[in-house]
Design a binder for this molecule. Structure first.
Ligand SMILES: O=C(CO)[C@@H](O)[C@H](O)COP(=O)(O)O
Ligand SMILES: [Co+2]
Length: 232
C-alpha cells in the first residue's frame, strides 16, 4: 500500500477551540497534527509557541509535527520538545548551522526535518540525510494558509523522491516526503504520483467546517491516493 499521511494544519482551525479542533481531526482520520509556528521575522505573520503546544498536547495521541517558521531556531527547540513535539522541522535558511540544529532535535529522541521553500535547492540535503527523518517541501511561500499550490513543486518532488529512494536502497532507512501548501482533494493524487507520502492540509480540512466535513475531506484525500495503487 502507498503511504498517505494527512497532517491537518492548525493554521485554519478555530483558535478559540484549538484542543477540540485537533481532537476532532484526529477522530476524523488525521495521521499527524501540523503545528505552524511563525515569528513575524522569518515570515511576515505571527502564530503560536510552546505554551499553546503544551495546552493542546493532552487532546491527541497522534504525532505533533511542529513546523518552525522562526529564525533562529536553536534556542527554542528545547521548549518545543518539553511542550510535547514529536517531529520538529525548520527552514534551511533559518539557522546558521543546520547540522547542529538537527542534532539538537535528534539527541532529544525526536524526529527532525528540513524545510525547503519553493526556491530553495535540494542540495542542502547532500551531507545530512543520515540526520533527517522528514523532508518538508513548501508548495507555497511560507507565512499564510489558503494559498494556491505552486506547480514547480511537482518536479521538485520527483527529484526528491529519486534521492530518497536511492538513499533507502543504500541504507534501508525511510525518510518521509511531506508537502505543505495548497493541497486539496483535487490535486493530492498528482502530488502523490510525484512521490510525496505526507500531506499538510489546512484550509482544505478545517474549511469543511464540522467534524463530519473534516472526515469527508480526509477520506476523499486518502481515497484519491489509494486509487493510484502501489508505487512502481
Ligand atoms: O506552513 C504553512 C504556511 O506557511 C502551511 O502549513 C499552511 O498553513 C497550509 O495551509 P493550506 O495551504 O493547506 O491552507
Ligand atoms: Co506548515
Amino acid at each position: 500500500m502507498r503511504t498517505c499521511r494527512i497532517a491537518p494544519s492548525i493554521l485554519s482551525a478555530d483558535f478559540a477551540r484549538l484542543g477540540e479542533e485537533v481532537r476532532d481531526v484526529a477522530a476524523a482520520g488525521a495521521d499527524w497534527i501540523h503545528f505552524d509556528v511563525m515569528d513575524n521575522h522569518y515570515v511576515p505573520n505571527l502564530t503560536v509557541g510552546p505554551l499553546v503546544l503544551k495546552a493542546i498536547r493532552p487532546y491527541v495521541s497522534l504525532p505533533i509535527d511542529v513546523h518552525l517558521m522562526i529564525e533562529p531556531v536553536d534556542a527554542l527547540i528545547p521548549s518545543f520538545i518539553d511542550a510535547g513535539a514529536d517531529i520538529i522541522t525548520f527552514h534551511c535558511e533559518a539557522t546558521r548551522h543546520i547540522d547542529r540544529s538537527l542534532q539538537l532535535i535528534r539527541n532529544a529522541g525526536k524526529k527532525a526535518g528540513l524545510v525547503f521553500n519553493p526556491a530553495t535547492p535540494l542540495s542542502y540535503l547532500d551531507y545530512e540525510l543520515d540526520r533527517i527523518d522528514v523532508v518538508l517541501l513548501m508548495s507555497v511561500n511560507p507565512g499564510f494558509g489558503g494559498q494556491s499550490f505552486i506547480e514547480s513543486t511537482i518536479e521538485k518532488t520527483m527529484a526528491l523522491r529519486e534521492k530518497l529512494d536511492a538513499y533507502k536502497a543504500e541504507t534501508g532507512r525511510e525518510i518521509a516526503l511531506e508537502i505543505d501548501g495548497g493541497v486539496k482533494p483535487g490535486n493530492i493524487a498528482r502530488i502523490a504520483s510525484a512521490g510525496a507520502d505526507t500531506f499538510v492540509a489546512g484550509s482544505a480540512v478545517f474549511g469543511a467546517g464540522s467534524p463530519e466535513g473534516y472526515a469527508k475531506v480526509i477520506r476523499s484525500m486518502k481515497e484519491a491516493v489509494a486509487a493510484l495503487g502501489d508505487r512502481s
